[in-house]
Structures are given as C-alpha cells and as structure tokens.
Write a protein that binds this ligand. Structure first.
Ligand code: GLN
Length: 447
C-alpha cells in the first residue's frame, strides 16, 4: 500500500510505469502472507517488484512501449516473470522503456519519455529507463531489465542504482520480446549487489523453452558476497579512458578503482584493442537480427492493425508504418539492407568476424585478470532532447557497454559517486563467462 501510494504521487512526474496493477498486487501480497503463515521463508516472499514491459505477463498487457503492441495481452508469463512469481514476489506493474528496447534515453517510447529522478530535465538512460527510474525513486525496491547493448547497465549508472547483465544464456529469454536474439539478456536492477544476487537466484537457470539457455548449474549467487578481495586481479582497459570520456566521470571511476585496491585488489592495465569497433559492429548485427525478429508484427495477429486494407500487402505496409516508431523503422531498414544479397558479405559477415575478435580480446584479458573495471557510460545523464536529432551521438552513449554483449560475458554497473551537478556515475565491472558471483562479490565489498 505504501508503494502504491508513492507510485500514485510520484509516477505522474516520472512516467516510469506504463501499467500499475494495484489490485492484483494486493492479492499477491495477501497470498504471500498466507505462504509465510504456512511456514515458508523464501527471501523474496512478499517482496514487491516491477517488470520491464518487454516481459510477457499473463493477463496484464505487455506493450514493449510500442503502438504496435499497445493492446497486447499475453496468454502466458515469461519464464523470468513466472520464476519471480513462484519465489513469492509481488508485481506492482509494468515499466516504461524505449520502444522494442531500441534506444539509450527512453525517448523512443510510445508512452512518452521517462524523467531522471535526480533531475527531471534529464533522461534516465535506456532502454530500461523505467526500471532504473522506478528503483531510484523508490517506486519499487527491485525491477527486471534487459540488456542487448547496455540497457541494464547504462540506465543503472545514470539513475544511481545497481544493475547486472548476466552471461548470455544464464537467464531464459522465453517470453521476453525479442530484439536481437544473440545479444538479448534479462537481469536484475535494484539498490544493491546483495539485492541483485537474491533476484538472480530466482531468475537464472536452465529453461528448455529457450534453445540458447545454458545447462550450466545455477550457483547460489549470494554465497560469495562476503569474500574479501585480497588477491583479486582487476584489469583497467586503456581503451575506456580515451577521448570522449567526461573527465569528471573518469576521475570518479579511477577513485572507485583505487578503493578496490584499498580493499586488497591489485590493479593492472589491460588492452581490448578491438573495442573501438564495438559500436559499428553492433549497429550491423543488432538491426539485422531485429529486422528478422520484428517481421512477426504484421497486422494480422496480436498487433496494431490498419483499417480497411485493400489487400494483404496493404495491410502489412500500413499496419507496420503506423505501429512502429521512427527508431524501430530505422533499425528495420538498416537490418534489411545489411542482410540483402550483395551487401551481406560486406557488412553482416564482416561484423560477425569482428565480433569474434572482440570476444577474443576479453578472453585474452581474462588470462591476466579476474575482473575488468571501467566507466559504464562516457557521461552522466544528458538532457531530454539533447541527442534525439542525431542517432549516431545517441549510439555512442553505449561505447563502453556494447562489447560485453557481443562477447556474451556478464557485467554490472554500480553507483560510484556524483558529479558536481549532483548526477550519479556508474562503475562497470566485467567478468569472465558465468562469473556473476565474482562480480557480485566485488560489488558487494565495494558497497
Ligand atoms: N542503446 C542500444 C540500442 O539502442 C542498446 C539497447 C539495449 O541494450 N536494449 O540498441
């Protein structure tokens, strides 16, 4: 009730929620009480949570912040939603995001932009901007997010919360509306690493409904939280501290790395020489996959449908032209172009080759260090409207997060201080495959 009242009071100014499910939340809270009275003691029992509106929720509309799905009600729960429900969490509602998770500022949503709780003239980051803003403004103690190129970590950094993108395959993609299937990964967003560990315990693990789900055993992600950092080897990539990094952000991140050293870690420089190619590689591969995934939104089933179509082609064209926003249409055009005969080898195949090099850079670095640390974003939250006219400047907001998705490794963002203007800054920690527990350990020790 306290959270629902706070959502009523604060959400109109932030626009973090697309849908609030007050009645079902009260019922779920009561059900949790009954389970507790019956002796159950799961750590998430009765804990309120809100889901990014990319996760299908049975009986509650799932919009992906698109006009295309504005009235879509899924007949089933995403695996992530079902698992968190089974663990006893209480869903408060569905959170705003960039349309189909395409964006870095939450300005592409059909339901309007989300405001940053620290400064309402600024963006919260994206695409999981509603999730980050809701947790930062205390409209939910925890939220789910998804990260295809930085969409958990970048908004977490810009709103001053903790967010974790797991190893590709760790968390099921079943029922999570697909953007770029080889990059998409769901994960927790919360105040602290300890909270994220509890959430990941419920979210992660093999799912036979997702063909890329990893059979790797799910550890207890809280088990290592209290381990001291003595002997930990931290790598700092020189490529993450070059031109384009706001000096104030750079200084706060260096200070945080110094803190890890005080906690017993040793710090050394590492190289990720292909990182400068990550953004261009991503903007070939992600649109290519998106153009294929979004072909299913055809005006025939579960989507926005144009009225009085002349024929089937007219139905497709007009439904898609009206249902998708400008950024989504841009991605479909780019993706279709790079996959077309004659350009496939020059763009798509080349990008796949560079992707392999980017992955190899990380494997080489992890021969020498246990975790890699650097900034999450090149700057703190920018102003609403500042980058909307220039897609490339928007794409560069993900310059430090995208390589992680191309490699499929886990990474997180944790708050590491504020700029002079009072805006939060994030420290990014990257780990080797399936080493989420180590990242959570480092983050928890720092916090
Ligand atoms: N900003 C990136 C994009 O627009 C990443 C989005 C994401 O991770 N979902 O593609």
């Amino acid at each position: 009730d306290a959270l629902l009242a706070r959502i009523d009071a604060v959400n109109p100014g932030l626009n973090a929620y697309i849908t609030v499910t007050a009645e079902t939340a009260r019922q779920a809270a009561q059900a949790a009480d009954t389970r507790r009275a019956a002796g159950e003691s799961s750590p998430l029992l009765g804990v309120p949570i809100a889901h990014k509106d990319i996760f299908c929720t049975e009986g509650v509309r799932t919009t992906c912040a698109s006009r295309m799905l504005a009235d879509f009600v899924s007949p089933y729960d995403a695996t992530v939603v079902g698992r968190l429900k089974a663990a006893g969490t209480v869903m408060l509602g569905k959170l705003n995001m960039d349309e189909f998770a395409m964006g870095s500022s939450n300005e592409t949503s059909h339901f309007g932009p989300v405001k940053n709780p620290w400064d309402a003239e600024r963006i919260p980051g994206g695409s999981s901007g509603g999730s980050a803003a809701a947790v930062a403004a205390r409209l939910a103690p925890a939220a789910t997010g998804t990260d295809t190129g930085g969409s958990i970590r970048q908004p977490a950094a810009m709103c001053g919360i903790t967010g974790l993108k797991p190893t590709y395959g760790r968390v099921s993609r079943y029922g999570m509306i697909a953007f770029a299937s080889s990059l998409d990964q769901g994960g927790p967003m919360a105040r602290t690493a300890a909270d994220c560990a509890l959430l990941l315990n419920a979210m992660a693990g093999f799912d036979d409904k997702d063909s890329t789900s990893s059979p790797a055993e799910r550890p207890d992600f809280t088990a290592q939280l209290n381990q001291p950092l003595q002997g930990l080897r931290v790598g700092v990539p020189e490529e993450f501290f070059g031109a384009g990094l706001d000096p104030e952000v750079g200084a706060l991140v260096q200070e945080a790395i110094g803190q890890l050293e005080k906690l017993g870690a040793t710090v050394k420089s590492v190289h990720l020489p292909n990182n400068p190619h990550a953004v261009s590689t991503y903007y070939v591969l992600a649109p290519a996959e998106a153009s294929s995934n979004l072909a299913r939104f055809d005006g025939v089933r579960y989507t926005h449908r144009a009225e009085n179509p002349k024929d089937l082609i007219d139905l497709y064209k007009r439904s898609r032209a009206a249902g998708f926003g400008a950024e989504v249409q841009r991605r479909i055009l780019i993706g279709t172009y790079v996959l077309s005969a004659g350009y496939y080898d020059a763009y798509y195949r080349k990008a796949q080759q560079v992707r392999a090099l980017i992955r190899q850079d990380f494997l080489n670095a992890f021969h020498e260090v246990d975790v890699i640390a650097g900034p999450t974003t090149p700057s703190a939250a920018f102003r609403l409207g500042e980058k909307t006219a220039d897609p490339v400047s928007m794409y560069l907001a993900d310059i430090y997060t995208i390589a992680v998705n191309l490699a499929g490794i886990p990474a997180m963002s944790i708050p590491c201080g504020f700029t002079q203007a009072g805006l939060p800054v994030g420290l990014q920690l990257m780990g080797n495959y399936f080493e989420e527990a180590r990242l959570l350990n480092v983050a928890h020790q720092y916090q």
